[in-house]
Design a protein around this ligand. Structure first.
Ligand code: ZN
Length: 320
């Protein structure tokens, strides 16, 4: 009996040691780190195996001089950064992943039936999730205003799952607010899913939507996607599989760009400031970046009345 226990503890110890030594994520920074410390950042599609585990590598990079991978779990949709040397990987075709929940979510979110305006798509992508709660998404678009810490603090619980759509320019100019989020997460208040909200988040007031946001002439969609991921990784966090278009405005070619990078386009069916009411399974959208107080007020009022679907669920659970 003793020997069995010893063996079990040895295996558990070995697994824990492996998990610790394979983790390639960088520690939380004390000051903004440049994206340049994430070198050779490239999209890839590989199936990687270690022990009995199987993961999908969607990016490769060099971190602190060592090859590393951004890995997605094809069943749970969670992501992690690990040292490449811990995995045995082989190039994969999308067809080899067609039956996975991950690939189904990516492909389905890139379809946009019935959403076509004359020149653009509005709110294309995943707009509603699995029932039994709701999904909190807060967009951190570039802003001159400080983040609404007081509002976000009201969400704190036992690792309350929240999704924050981060733009590169917001992170660059709001490091103290970003660091506050990491500290609250480390304290166990939140579990944050980082959604890609593009690097520059183009927007010009008064310009028609079909030529605004990511449809602004000259925008490099690949750079907008990949550079945001690099900056987030440089600053100690892990990008998720989710991507949200600025203004929820896109086009078929842009949807295909997101799909090509193996991300899931995320819309919303309860943008509170637009008076969209949340229901069971709703993807709720507010802006805690100081630019849209109305949505936060509606959220707080609904929460006080018990009028929001609960509990809040991790975004990874939203796709079918
Ligand atoms: Zn935005």
């Amino acid at each position: 009996m003793k020997a069995i226990f010893a063996a079990v503890f040895w295996v558990m110890g070995a697994l824990a040691a492996r998990a610790a030594s394979c983790d390639a994520s960088l520690p939380a920074p004390m000051a903004l780190r440049s994206a340049d410390i994430v070198e050779n950042y490239q999209p890839t599609l590989q199936i990687c195996r270690a022990g009995g585990a199987e993961q999908v590598a969607i990016r490769r990079m060099t971190l602190k001089g060592e090859p590393a991978l951004l890995l997605a779990d094809p069943a749970t949709l969670t992501t992690k950064l690990e040292r490449a040397s811990c995995w045995t990987c082989a190039d994969a075709e999308e067809s080899a992943l067609a039956d996975t929940r991950m690939m189904r979510a990516i492909v389905h979110s890139a379809e946009a039936p019935g959403l076509i305006h004359r020149t653009f798509l509005n709110n294309a992508g995943l707009t509603h999730g699995d029932k039994g709660g709701a999904y909190f998404t807060g967009d951190l678009c570039p802003s001159r205003n400080p983040m609404d810490r007081a509002f976000l603090a009201t969400l704190a619980g036992k690792a309350t799952p929240i999704s924050l759509s981060i733009s590169g320019l917001w992170l660059k100019h709001h490091f103290a607010d970003y660091r506050w989020l990491l500290d609250r997460q480390a304290a166990g208040d939140f579990a944050i899913t980082w959604t890609n909200h593009t690097y520059t988040h183009p927007y010009r007031k008064g310009v028609a939507e079909g030529a605004n946001f990511l449809l602004t002439p000259g925008v490099d969609a690949d750079h907008e996607i990949l550079e945001t991921e690099r900056l987030l990784i440089a600053n100690g966090q892990t990008p998720s599989l989710f991507f949200r278009f600025p203004g929820l405005v896109s086009s078929s070619p842009l949807m295909q760009a997101v799909r090509r990078h193996h991300l899931i386009s995320l819309g919303a069916d309860a943008w509170l400031a637009l008076n969209e009411r949340p229901r069971d399974g709703s993807i709720i959208l507010v802006h805690p970046n100081g630019n849209e107080e109305l949505g936060l007020k509606i959220y707080a009022k609904d929460a006080a009345k018990g009028a929001l679907p609960s509990p809040l669920k991790p975004l990874d659970e939203a796709p079918p």
